[in-house]
Design a protein around this ligand. Structure first.
Ligand SMILES: [Cu+2]
Length: 307
């Protein structure tokens, strides 16, 4: 998975910019106070006579102990309120709505208005607000794409709303930001921000049902998928497979990674993942399924056609 940007310090949208500006202000003020403190400390250590210190010390204490902190806290407070007001809590007009559901340990992604269901990787058009509706199917997870903004928890039985926008094209990566169990560290998510045209192209690709098997091997692969446990947990639209415990695989081959970022999506890794998911991500709901060489080969061949 590629992390194209350096996180919170490299904001690529309005929300992340507000937060980054505030952070730099706090760093600047903190650095100034620290420098002043060091200066006074060194001066104090080097001083031997304390005659004149008597009269000045009261004003010094009042200034350094009350006035200065009050000014700094007030300034930070004012800028914090300004930043909070600048970050939208409601989309202004016609946003792209995306429902994101956290699972141990992957992200279910749905565009209710567009009829798209996918996992772990999604796309957004540049310069347009997206309204993310965040919830969880099990424990508390947290959504955070540092260069775009956030972060916000995904809670079971409750929906949190986050408004984001990307102003520059790129792949914006993130990790679940709330410890959620054994594979918490292997729960990556990424948003690709593209021009409206290529976004629309992606949308129509994702809306289409899965391509039908075109030869004997892939036909065999679909048969294996439907006759073994796979279809109990996974959906492939356009086939009878309609399980919903695991990621929708209708367009698996259009994703860059497998298992929420643990493996690059290629032939070898796909075969490895299917034959021993517990080796790659111990503890997940997908158990090792016993398959013959021929079954595995057909399955992989079929799944690879699901562009
Ligand atoms: Cu987590």
């Amino acid at each position: 998975m590629s992390f194209a940007s350096a996180g919170s310090f490299d904001p690529r949208g309005p929300v992340a910019s507000e937060i980054a500006d505030l952070w730099w202000l706090m760093l600047a003020l903190g650095t100034a106070v620290f420098a002043l403190f060091l200066y006074l400390l060194i001066r104090g250590l080097m001083r031997s006579d304390d005659k004149e210190a008597e009269t000045g010390s009261r004003w010094f204490l009042l200034g350094g102990g009350v006035v200065l902190p009050a000014v700094i806290v007030t300034v930070v407070f004012a800028f914090t309120i300004a930043a909070m007001r600048a970050i939208p809590t409601e989309a202004s007009s016609d946003p792209i709505v995306i429902e994101i559901t956290g699972h141990q340990w992957w992200w279910e992604i749905e565009y209710p208005d567009l009829g798209i269901r996918t996992a772990n990787e999604f796309q957004i058009p540049l310069g347009r607000e997206v309204e993310l509706r965040l919830t969880s199917a099990d424990v508390i997870h947290s959504f955070w794409l540092p260069s775009l903004g956030g972060k916000l928890d995904l809670l079971p039985d409750y929906t949190n709303t986050l408004i984001l926008q990307a102003d520059e094209p790129g792949d914006y990566g993130g990790m679940c930001a709330e410890f959620c169990g054994l594979q918490h560290a292997n729960m990556a998510i990424s948003a690709r921000a593209t021009t409206p045209d290529s976004f629309n192209q992606w949308v129509s690709g994702q809306q289409a049902p899965a391509v039908a098997p075109s030869d004997e091997l892939t036909e065999q692969g679909l048969k294996v998928f439907l006759s073994r446990e796979c279809a109990d947990c996974h959906s492939i639209r356009g086939t009878p497979a309609s399980g919903d415990e695991g990621p929708d695989l209708t367009h698996l081959a259009s994703r860059y990674t497998l298992g929420a970022g643990v493996l690059d999506n290629n032939t070898e890794n796909l075969a490895d993942w299917i034959s021993s998911p517990q080796d790659h991500k111990p503890g997940i709901d997908m158990e090792d399924v016993e398959l013959t060489e021929a079954e595995l080969e057909a399955l992989v061949a079929y799944l690879e056609t699901l562009e």
